[in-house]
Design a protein around this ligand. Structure first.
Ligand code: MN
Length: 500
C-alpha cells in the first residue's frame, strides 16, 4: 500500500475563442499551479497536469485515458477561461472515476489599476466554473467541489482528503474479502446483497471453508513460531501465567501458527480483508482473535461473525488514513454505562480489537472463551486512548446501501481488572441519547469501523463517489431533523435510482 503508486490528473478547461495566445497563457498558469500543488507538501498523491482541453474531442480523449489508466485514481477539473460545457457532455458521460471540481483562480487578487477586458477574459473561472457546474449537475454526476485559492492550505487540505478517499476507492475496486464461514446464524444487519455490493462498491466477497485454511496453519514450522513469539515478547507484556514454560504458552504458539498461516493464505488469494466465525473452527486450536488483531494492524480489513461489509470498510478506512496520525479498528457496541451527561458505550469484542487505537503497551493474555468452538484463546488486552474519532457502518436497505457515521468522543474508562479483552469507551455525539437513538433509528449495526485519524469529510467524499446514502450523526444532530432526513432520503433514493 503506497500512495506513491497513484496519480490524480489535472485538466484545465479552456477554448480557442480567445486566440492561441490565451491558451498558451492558460497552459503556463496551469503548469505553475500543478507544480505549486505538488511542491506544497500538503497533497498525499502526485498531481499530473494533462494540459488544456479545448474541444469535445480533446476532453473525451483525456477522460477515456483516465478511465483506462490504472495509476490514475481521479481527475481534478478547473475552468481557467470559459469552457462551453456541451464540450464536456461526452467525456463526462464516459468518465467512471472520482471527480473533483476545483473552483479557484490563478490570480489571488484583482489587479485594480491594470485590469482590462483581456485580463477578465483570461481569468474567468468565476463564471467558467459555473458553466461546468451546470453540466455536471445536469448529468447528475457525483463530484466534490472545492472552493478556495489554490495556494491556501485549507483548499489543499480538502483536495488531500479527497485524494485519500480516491485511493481508498481504487483499493475497494480491487478488494477480495475472504469469509471463513458464513454469517453468524440468523444475524441480519451484518448480511446483505453481495452482488449489489460488487456493482456499487467494488467489493468481491468469497467463501473459504475453514478446512482450506487448516493445512496452512499446520504447515507452519516450529522455527517460524519461535521467531514470531520473540517478536511478541518484544512488543507486548506477556501475562505471567502465559510466558514460556507455562502450560498456557502453547496457546500463544498455536495463535502464532494461525497468524502465519492466515497471512500466507490471504496473500496467496490476493485478499485484503477477511471475516471469521466462532461457529466454524473445525481443525483449529482457537478462534483466530489474536491473529485478527495483528493482521488488522497490518492493514487487513476484519469483520467478526461473517460481517464482510465491516471487514471491507475497516480496510478502506485503513487505506485512507495511511500516514495520518491515529489508529483504526473493528469495534462492537457491547455494554452501556448510564451516567447522566457522561452516559457512554463500552466498545469491545470477544477478542478482535486493533492495537493501533491504544497508546499503552498491550498485554498478551490467554483465557478460555466459552462461546461456539472458540476454545482457549490468546488475545491482546488494552484500552483505547482518549480522543475524538468516527464510527462508521454500511447497511443494506434493500434498494440501496446506507452509510452511517457517528462522531464519538473516546473517554477514559475506570480500571477493568476482570475484563479479558481490549476495549474503548465513548460518548457518541451530540450526546448518548441522541447519538445512540439516531444510530438505531437509521438501522445501524452493532459492529462498526472506527478511526481516530479520519473525519466525516472522508466518509462524505467516499459516499459521494459511491453514490451512496450517507447519514451523519454529530454535534448538530437532533432527532426531529434526523427522522425527517430518513423520510426525505427514502423518497430521494427511490427517484434517484429511477433517473439513472
Ligand atoms: Mn460481533
Amino acid at each position: 500500500m503506497n500512495y506513491q503508486d497513484y496519480e490524480v490528473w489535472f485538466v484545465t478547461g479552456a477554448q480557442l475563442l480567445y486566440g492561441g495566445d490565451a491558451v498558451v497563457q492558460v497552459d503556463a498558469h496551469s503548469t505553475e499551479m500543478v507544480k505549486g500543488l505538488n511542491e506544497s507538501g500538503n497533497l498525499p498523491v502526485k498531481v499530473i497536469y494533462k494540459g488544456t482541453a479545448n474541444s469535445s474531442r480533446e476532453i473525451s480523449e483525456i477522460l477515456r485515458k483516465a478511465n483506462a489508466d490504472t495509476k490514475c485514481v481521479g481527475v481534478i477539473t478547473w475552468m481557467h477561461t470559459f469552457s462551453p460545457a456541451k464540450m464536456w457532455i461526452h467525456g463526462l458521460l464516459d468518465y467512471k472515476k472520482p471527480l473533483l471540481h476545483l473552483h479557484t483562480q490563478y490570480n489571488e487578487k484583482i489587479p485594480w489599476d491594470t485590469i482590462d477586458m483581456d485580463f477578465m477574459n483570461l481569468n474567468q473561472s468565476a463564471h467558467g466554473d459555473r458553466e461546468f457546474g451546470f453540466i455536471t449537475s445536469r448529468l447528475r454526476k457525483p463530484r466534490k467541489i472545492v472552493v478556495g485559492y489554490w495556494k491556501d492550505k485549507s483548499t489543499q487540505s480538502k483536495i488531500a482528503t479527497w485524494m485519500r478517499v480516491c485511493v481508498g476507492w481504487a483499493d475497494a475496486q480491487d478488494m477480495r474479502i475472504i469469509r471463513f464461514g458464513d454469517n453468524m446464524n440468523n444475524v441480519a444487519v451484518t448480511d446483505g446483497d453481495k452482488v449489489e455490493a460488487e456493482i456499487r462498491l467494488g467489493y468481491h466477497v468469497d467463501n473459504a471453508p475453514i478446512a482450506r485454511l487448516v493445512p496452512y496453519v499446520n504447515a507452519v514450522k516450529e522455527e517460524e513460531i519461535d521467531t514470531l513469539v520473540d517478536e511478541y515478547e518484544r512488543l507486548y507484556d506477556i501475562a505471567e501465567d502465559s510466558q514460556k514454560g507455562t502450560e498456557n504458552h502453547k496457546h500463544i504458539r498455536a495463535a502464532a501458527a494461525q497468524e502465519i498461516g492466515l497471512r500466507r493464505f490471504l496473500e496467496e488469494k490476493g485478499a485484503k480483508a477477511f471475516t471469521t466465525s466462532f461457529d466454524e473452527l473445525e481443525g483449529m486450536d482457537q478462534l483466530m482473535g489474536f491473529a485478527s488483531q495483528r493482521l488488522m494492524q497490518e492493514g487487513y480489513g476484519f469483520g467478526a461473525e461473517g460481517d464482510w461489509k465491516t471487514a471491507a470498510l475497516v480496510r478502506t478506512m485503513w487505506v485512507m488514513s495511511q500516514g495520518l496520525e491515529g489508529g483504526c479498528s473493528f469495534l462492537e457496541d457491547y455494554t452501556l454505562n448510564f451516567d447522566g451527561e457522561n452516559s457512554s458505550i463500552l466498545q469491545a469484542h470477544m477478542l478482535e480489537i486493533n492495537p493501533s487505537i491504544s497508546n499503552q503497551k498491550p498485554q498478551l493474555q490467554v483465557h478460555f472463551l466459552g462461546i461456539g468452538d472458540a476454545g482457549t484463546c490468546a488475545r491482546l488486552v488494552f484500552q483505547a486512548h482518549e480522543g475524538q474519532g468516527i464510527a462508521s457502518t454500511i447497511i443494506d436497505m434493500g434498494n440501496r446501501f446506507r452509510m452511517i457515521v457517528n462522531v464519538v468522543d473516546v473517554i477514559k474508562p475506570n480500571d477493568l481488572p476482570k475484563l479479558p479483552v481490549a476495549c474503548a469507551l465513548w460518548i457518541p455525539q451530540p450526546n448518548f441519547e441522541v447519538g445512540a437513538g439516531a444510530w438505531i433509528q437509521a438501522g445501524g449495526t452493532h459492529h462498526s469501523s472506527f478511526s481516530f485519524a479520519l473525519t466525516p469529510e472522508y466518509m462524505e467524499d467516499f459516499a459521494e463517489i459511491a453514490d451512496m446514502e450517507m447519514l451523519l450523526i454529530d454535534k448538530g444532530t437532533t432527532m426531529r431533523n434526523f427522522k425527517q432526513d430518513l423520510r426525505n432520503n427514502e423518497v430521494y433514493y427511490m427517484l434517484n435510482r429511477a433517473l439513472r
